[in-house]
Ligand binder design. Sequence first.
Ligand code: 6PG
Length: 253
Amino acid sequence: MERGLTLHVEVFPDPSGVVRALANRIVKAAEEAVARSGRFALAISGGATPEPLFDLLGDSYYPKLPWTKTDLFWVDERAVAPDDPRSNFGAARRRMAPVFQADAARIHRIRGEADLPEHAADEYERELHRFFGKAPPGESKTFDLLLLGIGPDGHTASLFPGSPALEERTRWVRAVPAASRDPRVARITLTLPAIDAAREVAFLVTGADKSRVVRRILFEHGPDPAPWPAARVRPQGPLRWYLDRAAAGEPPR
Ligand code: 6PG
């Protein structure tokens, strides 16, 4: 019997409305997490879509979040150095600078510059198990909130259609070879078990180029397993889609 899925879909007129709604959810999730366990474990995605969200979190929303109790993680990273323009860590650091001036121990980056992506994946796997293994008894042993994007091919994090990493059932982190799409570099990615263990998952999707895959996943797809990796995300807790009208395939008003 498949576990039930709590699905929420919210559509906003434009990207700024989507980003603000998600920023408000992040604030609320942080309050809930700190009240529950004294800390907030947030995993963020890469790519261009979340950049306006990072701008908010590093500026007007910065005072609203308990950064001294927040541990920041990444859902994936490119196999590049942190100062490489393709680095997800570097992109977040540029846009959320004040967050990175706080306690460095709370920033859990994936070492994209490691000699082999597999070594970076092993390190990050150990880091996650060390961090969540210390969770207070009975407390969530994973992310309180995990943010994902989606590509037009339905990939999420760095789980691409047909990738063997999609079939991973035990490891939380895997290295994957260079993507067949830009940036064409090897990646390190959370796996479905790690994503599904999250207390809550939020997809942030904007732009008409995503509307076809969003509609197929949310409204049309048939029996599992879906060909789109994003459709296979089944978190323990709520799964929320934050969309603008373009990504929802709705004509601009
Ligand atoms: C990455 C992301 C990736 C991203 C999608 C969408 O490392 O690139 O984790 O999964 O979310 O590719 O990217 P855009 O937001 O740039 O469209």
